[in-house]
Design a protein around this ligand. Sequence first.
Ligand SMILES: Cc1ncc(COP(=O)(O)O)c(C=O)c1O
Length: 388
Amino acid sequence: MIKYSAAASSLSPSATLELSARAKALAAEGRDIIALSAGQPDFPTPAPIVQAALDAIAAGKTGYTASTGIPELKRAVATSWSARRGLEWSPSEVIVSCGAKHSLANLIAAAVSPGEKVLLPRPYWVSYPEMVKASGGVPVFTGGELDADEIIRAASEGAVGVLLNYPSNPAGTVPSASEMKDIAEAVASTNMWVISDDIYEDLSYLDGSVPHILDFRPDIADRTVVVSGVSKTYAMTGWRIGFALGPKEWVRLSGLIQAHSTSNPCSISQWAALAAVQGAAENERLGMLDSFSERRDICYNLLSEIDGLETVKPDGAFYVFPRLLSDPDRLDTQRFCGELLNTKGVAAVPGSAFGSEGHLRISFAASEENIREGISRLAEFLHGRLRT
Ligand SMILES: Cc1ncc(COP(=O)(O)O)c(C=O)c1O
């Protein structure tokens, strides 16, 4: 019998990927399925980006690249993100990976030693705890949303780092400037490192930019890494390009892990991402953002009319995270979502996957028709259960 690694054996499957797979399998059997579970834009990748990829293929840019990315893309990311944050990152402080998820996994593997605690604000993205565990680390969670007290307490109990994600998956949360200032001051008063997962930074429905920890304490840039990418902003989830900017040594160690595992991200995708980062598809990006903004309003308004749900309007990303108030399965949302899928053909993701039992994640990265139909079936489902 093989004795598998304790770290690998401690991992849980991705609830979001599992649910999408189940919904797809039911649809393939001919069931009428409305998927409100997607974590990706339902738009095609904009044509100028596709053209850049075709040009790269035609020009024979199909061999291995530097393992941390082509210099052109690293330079473009360094320039663009330095301008966004008013900081100065050089290309040697940038790593390009196979998606933001891959950057995150490498950064966590580079920072976390076995037994070390990492603070994860609730609700958290499904992969964070598993990435920490894969490195032998110990995820520790906030009681509710992150605030200064939670940070100070976690640091005093031995947490070495914290993961921030705004706008958040699953709730689309964006902290106010004063909330972010408190978070920044609290982190600065500890020795914790920070990973700021900014993958949804361009999907914000607020006027003005999303408050960022480095806006308030740029002096902690020497222990902060920012992660972003093209997946969500440019409808490029399948191309697998994400990147991170941070302290040279952290990026170098992550680069070593990447070099000895996946080598470089896909060469063709990197050239496509370069076109995106250089602004070749800004009109298309703004068009998608407008559609998401309209769908957010539709989705939020419909959900708020349903008895038995408490819904907060998201400020970013493409998810709403309502709370079940009175359903018999409100504390077993895995079961609730299974029943919803089986009986009404609607796929939503259980809050338990994000450490917030009692909630459902509804994605509005779906057509208006599907949003309306899916929410109407959810309302029917809830009402039917309340009557019985
Ligand atoms: C919070 C968050 N971070 C990172 C990622 C990963 O993005 P990518 O597709 O670029 O790996 C996702 C994707 O779902 C996400 O929701």
